[in-house]
Design a protein around this ligand. Structure first.
Ligand SMILES: [Zn+2]
Length: 284
């Protein structure tokens, strides 16, 4: 059999000590413990929490009996067919998205991997418009309706280009940043006639984690890279965390595999777009 030819589009953020961890988590810290002079090699020591940059939240992150990262199979789970949906046209601070918003833009098959472009990677640390507060605290998110739909659609895992797959005001951030919570509540009441207490009652707390991880439908957060090249497109997705026994989550690489002619077309498209200082495209 001839080897399969393909091109790769990287959907991963660059990773650095500048990358903000999820609020209150340990950041990535890096130091040289050996240098070429006099030790003959450069060696580095890394300290980090698992929730920095593009990373996969494993079942164990929110479920005591959930599997670790090593238990997630490359074949049939972490890698496979999927779709990248672009919701950036409806993205707004503290906004909501629903299954209907997704199905209005792409065809989602049962058993797909679903990558969501909220558009908020525009505010990621590596971008010219970087804004940590908007990226972590104000990105849009879903209500329980979306989690139920994911279950029904047997989505394998979800990737999102923002700080969390949950609405930030359905996480601990709601308690930690009362001024932001007040603003979010006022916005949601004016737009949806329902505030934080109705949209995110205590039983729905961190619904994307709590309701879906036991299944497991897990998710990856802080996607980026060249995600803007493959919006509203079906692709083969690959997620490559460490083979991490006991790992509740893991920093990972996420890519889209495309046919060689499609890859050439996407690279031409990239030539017409702005670039970050790390060489990734800047959202239009
Ligand atoms: Zn995480």
């Amino acid at each position: 059999m001839k080897p399969v030819q393909f091109g790769i589009i990287d959907l991963t953020q660059p990773l650095s000590v500048l990358t903000p961890p999820w609020p209150t988590y340990e950041p990535l810290q890096l130091k040289f413990f050996k240098r070429l002079a006099p030790n003959g090699a450069n060696g580095q020591l890394l300290t980090t929490s698992n929730h920095v940059g593009t990373h996969l939240d494993g079942p164990l992150h929110f479920c005591t009996h959930g599997g670790d990262i090593a238990s997630l199979a490359l074949n049939g789970y972490l890698c496979g067919p999927g779709v990248v949906v672009d919701l950036s046209d409806i993205a707004e601070d503290y906004g909501l998205y629903s299954s209907a918003d997704i199905e209005a833009r792409v065809r989602v098959e049962v058993g797909d991997i679903l990558i969501i472009n909220t558009g908020y990677h525009r505010y990621a640390w590596d971008q010219p418009e970087a804004d940590e507060v908007r990226y972590m605290i104000r990105h849009p998110g879903p209500t329980i309706e979306f989690a139920r739909w994911c279950k029904q659609k047997k989505i394998k895992w979800i990737g999102v280009d923002a700080g969390s797959a949950d609405h930030p005001m359905n996480t601990k951030i709601r308690e930690w940043m009362p001024v932001e919570a007040k603003r979010a509540d006022a916005f949601l009441k004016s737009k949806y006639r329902r505030g934080l207490d109705e949209l995110f009652p205590p039983e729905d707390y961190q619904l994307m984690h709590v309701a879906l991880f036991p299944i497991p439908i897990v998710h990856a957060e802080n996607l980026g890279g060249d995600i803007d090249l493959v919006l509203n497109q079906r692709v083969t997705i690959g997620c490559f965390p460490w083979r991490f026994v006991g790992g509740e989550s893991s920093i990972c690489r996420i890519v889209a595999f495309v046919a060689p002619d499609e890859h050439r077309r996407l690279l031409l498209k990239k030539k017409r777009m702005g670039r970050t200082s790390y060489g990734d495209c800047v959202p239009a």
